[in-house]
Ligand binder design. Structure first.
Ligand code: SAM
Ligand code: SF4
Length: 483
């Protein structure tokens, strides 16, 4: 489904079987998609002489990716070039996640591996940021003496302690609107924009509120002007971010909320796609649903984590809603937004989850037929409420439940994708992988196509020719551009 958009959308060229190459030549002249920015030029270049280099490693959620992009922009501003090799770097930044033990283990492994780099090259400066750091600096300093700087996610300014050039920077670095999504080799097509930090919920299993603090919404006008600057730099798709993004504005004095912000950002010329992550079911109200349906740029995709389909499990998770409330929200979303896709998060093996309670979750999944489910096995996080309870689901039972959810989702996803074959979708090309161009539909479905030339950043109409479980294959029909 292609939605009507604000302003005239020009089809630059209809593509026949032989058309892909000529369309490339035509769109290559289109100024809107050309994003020659310093960061783009730097990526992958091999620096000469005494230029400084940085290496950045990120794990975790989109908020971490956004914050890493900010660090990249700051370092780029003072002339540092990106390298993928830790051995070549003058500065190494690790951005950590501790939402689950598995993520924390990866971070610890990564930090450990850098001891060798530090031994061989004592001048290298190593920084650790992200959720692992908050409130833990003293302990971490003793545990990892080869790390030079630990800074909390909000403390970007402290990078100056290992990058003195930042003190001399011309621009106000805190104001840099560089929340670029690093997709493939093109950082300029899509951008993440954090709009609210922290979380006021206290889900019994979750470490986030302890590491990210209470909700703080960014000022409304500041976000809109940041998006305006991004649009001027060629960004076409913006994803507004928050741990509970639809709590946006609750702490602001003027009563404006996420729906009002979407309306303001939708009006920014050049922004053709607007997304937002992650929503909480409690605040997914009718006003928000109707706003998504009305605004041309807001994509028909909702990410709404349910976590469990059993009321007793939801109560012990402290999610503050019931399974029926969740069903009601999905019904309203589907009735109001034509063609909407819906994704969710599930935790299996929460303490005390019985077979029957897990079956209630499976029933909800079967009934709703989500387009995508992010499923995780419960992982006790020290400091959270549920970590004090007995973790009484054995690992093999957690694995078995995890597998059951995955099998169901494979079936559902394959059926959804198969039903799309023959249809036409608009995709924004965000990368080149394994010899094919790659992009996402407005519903966030992954599509690959073969074509010669440079399609990066193009909005392309694609006919879906075949499907697999997790992605679609297509052929390009026409290239779209805002006139
Ligand atoms: N704020 C969102 C919400 O309300 O659902 C989610 C943010 S949370 C950082 C991202 C996902 O990590 C959650 O949806 C949950 O499924 C998962 N998660 C959080 N804590 C977890 C834990 N202790 N064990 C397993 N998964 C966890
Ligand atoms: Fe964690 Fe719950 Fe807040 Fe989501 S709403 S970040 S799961 S505490």
């Amino acid at each position: 489904m292609i939605r009507a958009r604000r302003g005239p959308v020009r089809i630059l060229r209809q593509l026949g079987a032989w058309g892909a190459m000529s369309a490339f030549l035509e769109v290559a002249l289109e100024p809107l998609h050309l994003i020659p920015r310093a960061t783009r030029a730097q990526a992958g270049s091999s620096p000469a002489g005494d230029e400084k280099r940085y290496c950045i490693w990120t794990i975790g959620c989109q908020m971490n990716e956004a914050e890493s992009s900010k660090v990249e922009a700051m370092l780029g501003q003072v002339g540092y070039l990106r390298t993928e090799s830790e051995d070549d770097a003058d500065v190494i930044v690790l951005n950590s996640c501790v939402v689950r033990q598995a993520a924390e283990d990866k971070v610890v492994g990564k930090i450990g591996s850098l001891a060798r780099v530090k031994r061989l090259k004592p001048d290298v400066r190593i920084a650790l940021t992200g959720c692992m750091v908050t409130g833990q600096e003293t302990k971490l300093r003793a545990r990892f003496p080869h790390v030079d700087l630990f800074f909390e996610p909000s403390e970007f300014d402290r990078l100056v302690e290992i990058v003195p050039e930042l003190a001399e920077a011309d621009a106000d670095l805190a104001e840099l609107p560089h929340y670029y999504q690093s997709v493939g080799s093109n950082p300029g097509v899509a951008a993440f924009v954090p709009i609210i930090y922290g979380c006021n919920f206290l889900c019994s299993y979750c470490i986030v509120p302890y590491r990210r603090g209470k909700e703080i919404s960014r000022p409304f006008d500041e976000i809109v002007s940041e998006v305006e600057r991004l649009a001027l730099q060629g960004v076409r798709e913006v994803t507004l971010l928050g741990q509970t993004v639809n709590a946006y504005g609750h702490d602001l004095p003027d009563g404006r909320d996420l729906a009002d912000l979407l309306t303001a950002v939708d009006a920014v010329p050049g922004i053709e796609r607007l997304r937002f992550l992650t929503s909480h079911p409690k605040y997914f109200n009718d006003k928000l649903i109707e706003t998504i349906a009305e605004l041309p740029s807001v994509c028909e995709h909702v990410n709404l984590p349910v976590q469990a389909g059993d009321d007793e499990v939801l109560r012990r998770m402290r999610r503050t809603y019931t399974a029926d409330h969740y069903r009601d929200r999905i019904a309203k979303i589907r009735a109001t937004i034509p063609g909407v896709t819906v994704s969710t998060d599930i935790i299996v093996g929460f303490p005390g989850e019985t077979d029957e309670q897990f079956d209630n979750t499976m029933r909800l999944l079967e009934e709703i037929e989500f387009d995508k489910v992010h499923v995780a096995m419960y992982s006790p996080r020290p400091g959270t409420l549920s970590a004090r309870w007995e973790d009484d689901i054995p690992n093999d039972a957690k694995h078995a439940r995890h597998t059951r959810v995955e099998r169901l989702m494979e079936r559902v996803s394959a059926a959804h994708y198969a039903a799309m074959v023959g249809e036409t979708r608009e995709i924004l090309v965000d990368g080149f992988a394994k010899g094919r161009w790659r992009g996402r539909t407005r519903g966030n479905q992954l599509v690959f196509f073969d074509a010669s030339g440079d399609w990066l950043g193009q909005m392309v109409e694609v006919r879906i020719t075949s499907s697999s479980t997790w992605y679609l294959l297509g052929e390009p029909l026409s290239v779209m551009a805002m006139a």
